[in-house]
Every structure is written in structure tokens, then in C-alpha cells.
Design a protein around this ligand. Structure first.
Ligand code: SF4
Ligand code: SF4
Length: 97
């Protein structure tokens, strides 16, 4: 999930992306959304500059805190990240049927 940039890391969160706060469903409670959120819903804590407004809050969902930049998921740009994450969501929905 959007991280504070580490300028020395080769693999780091892309400024202005926020894809991981939009495409994935989150089943745990998010402040203001006790049931979590569905895939494709923009998290209400995503700021206009695509940062997490509750990054340092203990109420930030653990799933957010546990996810960090992964080139296989984040892809080369925001569109690719969204596409990959929607595919993952689709796959996990189909496996539950
Ligand atoms: S999808 Fe990846 S690059 Fe984009 S905000 Fe999330 S962690 Fe950062
Ligand atoms: S709580 Fe923060 S990190 Fe988690 S989805 Fe919302 S904006 Fe993203």
C-alpha cells in the first residue's frame, strides 16, 4: 500500500499510483467502513495525491500494513497494477465458487 518513498530502494512504491487502495477488496474493517470494501471501490482514506491518510494510525487495516511494493503485482505502471489486481480478485472469486 502507498508507502513513504525510499529513494535508495530500487523497488519502491510509485508516487501517484494508489492502485492497491482501489482494486483489491478488503474484508477487514477500515475506519468508516466496518465491513471493509469491495474491489474497485476507492478507499475513503486515499488522498487526492494517492497517499494513505491513516498511514501511521493503529486503525489502518493489517492487510494494508502487510502489503508493500511487489514488482509482480505493482507492474510497470498504475494501469498494469490495476489490471493485475483485478485479475487476482477475479481468480480468488472464481476459486470460491
Ligand atoms: S500498487 Fe504498488 S506501486 Fe501502486 S501504490 Fe500500491 S504498492 Fe505502491
Ligand atoms: S487504509 Fe490506507 S493503505 Fe489501506 S486501502 Fe485505505 S488508503 Fe490504502
Amino acid at each position: 500500500m502507498p508507502e513513504k518513498a525510499d529513494p535508495f530502494s530500487e523497488h519502491r512504491c510509485r508516487p501517484g499510483c494508489g492502485a492497491c487502495c482501489i482494486a483489491p477488496s478488503i474484508s477487514s474493517a477500515i475506519p468508516g467502513l466496518p465491513q471493509g470494501k469491495a474491489s474497485g471501490i476507492i478507499c475513503p482514506h486515499l488522498t487526492p495525491d494517492m497517499l494513505c491518510a491513516i498511514f501511521d494510525s493503529p486503525d489502518r487495516p493489517a492487510v494494508c500494513a502487510n502489503f508493500s511494493f511487489d514488482p509482480l503485482i505493482c507492474g510497470n505502471d498504475r494501469e498494469e497494477a490495476l489490471n493485475i489486481m483485478y485479475q487476482i480478485e477475479k481468480g480468488s472469486r472464481e476459486s470460491q465458487v
